[in-house]
Design a protein around this ligand. Sequence first.
Ligand SMILES: O=C(O)[C@@H](CO)OP(=O)(O)O
Ligand SMILES: [Mn+2]
Ligand SMILES: [Mn+2]
Length: 507
Amino acid sequence: MTTDSPGILLVLDGWGHAPPGPANMISQAATPHLGALAAGHPATLVRASGDAVGLLPGTVGNSEIGHMVIGAGRPLPYDSLLVEQQIASGRLAGNELLTRTCARLAEGGRALHLIGLCSDGQIHAHVEHVRELLRVAAAIGVRAVWIHAITDGRDVADGTAAAYLSHVEKFAAEAGVGRIASVVGRGYALDKSGDLELTRSAALAMADGVGARVAHALEAVDGAERGDVWVEPSVVVDAGDMPVGTVGDGDAVLFTNFRSDRIQQLADFLVEHLTSRHVTVLSLARYDTRAAIPPLVDRADASGGLADELERHGSRSVRIAESEKFEHVTYYLNGRDARARQVEDHVKIVGEVSPDYLTRPEMNLPLVVDAVAEAAARRDVALVAANLANIDVVGHTGDAAATLLAVQHTDDAVGRICAAARGTGRWVLLVGDHGNAEQMSRPGDDGAPRPYGGHTTNPVPLILVPAPGRGSSGRLRADGTLADVAPTILALLGFPPGAAMSGRSLL
Ligand SMILES: O=C(O)[C@@H](CO)OP(=O)(O)O
Ligand SMILES: [Mn+2]
Ligand SMILES: [Mn+2]
């Protein structure tokens, strides 16, 4: 081992801070372990949203940017911010790839298909980006733009899909081109669990016009019994019952999500499905698909973070998470660098195939705890980094009672992990990656509170449990952000901050 002060980083996903109240499930839950840790050890709050992490001011945090910034030790201009900047400066409208593709479609009388999540949740996509793309296509003279709308209900309140579809129709009317050709819920279109049946049913509605037939896009969501997330794959048909906008030979497909993880399974499927149709496929931002898709806006460089520093010092880390959050503590924490590193072990906890988060808010947490304890006992491991997914994953259901249980299970797991840390001489640093469960309701249009399962702009708690015998009296800086976590971890391990890090140790 290259350090004599090994530790454990625990990211409690969706663990935000807000004043206690009836919709704050962090404060409502019984959390004896977290309560005792916060009272008896150095603790602070750090900012995890907006410009503190590289998002537009006021934007809710998310797992991808949260884990990237925790790893990078500096705010990183996130893909959504880069897109926004390019829209504001007019650079997206002049983008070579986009304008060349549109000119070809205009000349050949071919169609542009825009595929993406239609909401302003700002985690995977922003419906305003569709508006800009419609403007550009119209200005270049593309005559047919088909929108394949994916409904949300997770990053925004459930029951809002119809309103977003209406926005899209308004944008199309404004631009003078564009019509919704298919509608499907994100549960189908944005599956990332590998369930290709869900992906196929979404893709076939978009590409081939296979699915429930509706005369108008809004009809698809009107009768959606399982909410916006699970709107059935639906195809808009004309008076003759013919799908209005299937993907034809020589058309172009542009994916409008800026975040890759949940759209890439669909993108992979469609790229293969459309090979014989000579379709140009583009994406708004860079995706991690099997076949490279040319992006309109490229990613920021995230190298020089914690993983690179640990590698440089020859310090071994073990990364542990349930499958839902596995990329978060591996790929994102490593600055979206998928390179296998000699000094890293990755442990993916795979439990029940299709867990029902409402009835199993504990998810597979006991297996995560066992894996952390096992890794902590290894003398060759400097850092164990684990994500506890429950608070965020269950929080997304918008079900306050289930989320309260998720918080309590997490508290219990923290207690057991801290016991393992004491037994193996390790410090533990606990931090949230963004808020979620501390705000489980939001005022609806009428001002009355409505259940809310999305992320928040709140700061997140950070607690440092020193290694046994190291004293508990120090204070942590109060003005920190997630960018300060990596320098703090390096300091705890006895290393200087990385040269690329602008964050500062909180110690
Ligand atoms: O599940 C997801 O894709 C997002 C919410 O849409 O959550 P997170 O950023 O926590 O992964
Ligand atoms: Mn998260
Ligand atoms: Mn989330």
